[in-house]
Design a protein. Structure first.
Length: 106
């Protein structure tokens, strides 16, 4: 499992899978899904990411994510390694995305 800063499993992310496999069909499918899910005009060209905390390209939000910036500034692997885990932001995120608790072993 490759965890992003927030605890999402990057190995399951369709953007990362499409990038690593250079899968344009998956990029198109993901762009359509994300356009609907996030109410944002996502294009297949935007679907490129090697993983939140991995070297390489980041997909839109992952590049600008406040959680990723916080983890990077603190020089830790992910939120669970933080002295104030779970902060309010992480509590809210875990409430919206319950799989994160499992990914963090909670």
């Amino acid at each position: 499992m490759i965890l992003g800063a927030c605890g999402l499993d990057c190995e399951k992310c369709s953007a990362r899978i499409a990038t690593l496999n250079n899968d344009n069909a998956l990029r198109e499918e993901t762009a359509k899904e994300w356009s609907i899910e996030y109410n944002f005009p996502c294009t297949p060209e935007m679907i490129n990411c090697t993983g939140c905390m991995e070297e390489g390209v980041k997909v839109g939000h992952c590049n600008d994510c406040e959680t990723r910036k916080c983890v990077t500034e603190k020089n830790i692997d992910n939120c669970k390694a933080c002295d104030v885990f779970p902060c309010e932001s992480q509590k809210n995120f875990m409430g919206a995305v319950p799989e994160i608790k499992t990914n963090f072993g909670l």
